[in-house]
Design a protein around this ligand. Structure first.
Ligand SMILES: Cc1cc2nc3c(=O)[nH]c(=O)nc-3n(C[C@H](O)[C@H](O)[C@H](O)COP(=O)(O)OP(=O)(O)OC[C@H]3O[C@@H](n4cnc5c(N)ncnc54)[C@H](O)[C@@H]3O)c2cc1C
Length: 325
């Protein structure tokens, strides 16, 4: 299919209990930037209950919102989503489809790409338009050593982008847009049953203002209680390097890094973390980094604003004591 037959940038708007995931607004902001170079319509696609408030999508940049209505979309069933999204994309022929790299988005995007026989670039860190109006999908490769610039020959050009990679544009109150409502074309409901809802640890770490993180310098799983004590005293949450996640000390939702979460808190305290490139990739954008490590040559010190050469088992209790005073 030739490029001329495709036009517009479609942003998938993930919702949970009618609440739009904030990565959607970041993607709409980026779509508006791309639009300046390519003059295309910006569209949002949301699957959810009829009474959802879609105005925030318009205020953040969508010219048109496609709303496939149904309570069934309250279940995170990628197959039902895919089966309803693909016919719409085939009809609309948007040139670009952007999806947030959330847990759900990461599972949904490849299914859509496979069904549409097109490519997908996962976990992009930037997007640009080239002089021919093609999407340049930029992402780290070889564990962040190079930035790959990827173009897709097939359409739509699809990419997933992590939460907090782009900033969210301020809403333009009263901005006008069109809402196109559709009934679902596929309504099978029997594949996912919600047994229990547990709190979203994932959202906590990505949005946390303060993260106290531990690495292999934390000897036992229960020692994380000490770090948790400090995190709570500072109104934050706990994070970890991959090695301690692999050791089973904490759930994967706490992993910071290349294959975990990319975080940008105001304060990141790294305890017993050496600072491998894959860990730094996830936290180097933090506003203030404090590193506590017994090894003065640990690479984490190269990006730390405050470096403490010492045993965190001694430093953290002292810090807590001071905080309590
Ligand atoms: C494809 C790929 C993806 C990866 N993704 C990730 C990722 O997302 N996140 C991630 O973290 N890693 C990731 N890794 C693993 C990464 O390469 C490192 O192995 C890992 O980050 C090391 O974890 P660490 O710093 O906890 O352990 P180590 O490197 O073993 O460091 C432990 C540090 O603790 C210090 N220490 C020991 N005792 C104390 C003490 N009492 N007080 C203070 N300091 C102490 C030591 O001096 C040392 O510097 C990935 C690797 C690959 C190949």
């Amino acid at each position: 299919m030739t490029q001329e037959k495709y036009s517009g940038i479609m942003v998938f708007a993930e919702q949970q209990e009618r609440k739009i995931h904030p990565v959607t607004y970041e993607l709409l902001g980026k779509a508006r930037e791309l639009e300046k170079e390519s003059n295309q319509d910006i569209m949002a696609l949301v699957l959810g209950p009829e009474d959802m408030d879609l105005q925030p999508l318009i205020e953040r940049g969508a010219d048109r919102v496609y709303h496939i209505t149904g309570e069934l979309f309250n279940r995170p069933d990628e197959l039902i989503y895919k089966e309803n999204i693909v016919p719409l994309l085939q009809e609309i022929r948007s040139a670009i489809v952007l999806i947030g790299a959330t847990t759900f988005g990461r599972s949904l995007a490849p299914r859509i790409a496979a069904a549409m026989d097109t490519g997908l670039t996962a976990d992009c860190t930037d997007l640009q338009m080239d002089e021919d109006g093609k999407l340049v999908q930029i992402r780290p490769a070889f564990t962040e050593n190079i930035l790959a610039h990827i173009k897709t020959k097939t359409y739509p050009q699809m990419a997933t982008i992590r939460y907090r990679e782009f900033s969210s544009p301020p809403p333009k109150t009263g901005r006008q847009g069109e809402v196109v409502t559709r009934k679902p074309s596929v309504i099978r409901q029997d594949r996912v049953e919600i047994l229990e809802k547990i709190s979203m640890q994932e959202a906590n770490i990505a949005e946390a203002e303060v993260i106290v993180a531990g690495g292999r310098g934390v000897k036992k799983a229960r020692d994380f209680d000490i770090l948790k004590g400090l995190a709570e005293a500072l109104g934050g949450t706990i994070g970890a390097s991959r090695d301690v996640i692999d050791a089973g000390f904490l759930p994967k939702a706490h992993q910071v890094g290349y294959s975990g979460h990319r975080v940008k808190p105001r304060l990141y305290i790294a305890c017993g973390i050496s600072g491998a490139p894959q860990h730094k990739a996830g936290m180097k954008e933090s506003e203030t980094i404090v590193a506590i490590n017994t090894d003065p040559s640990a690479p984490i010190f190269s990006i730390a604003d405050i470096g403490i050469v010492g045993d965190w088992y001694e430093v953290i209790p002292k810090l807590l004591e001071k905080l309590k005073k």
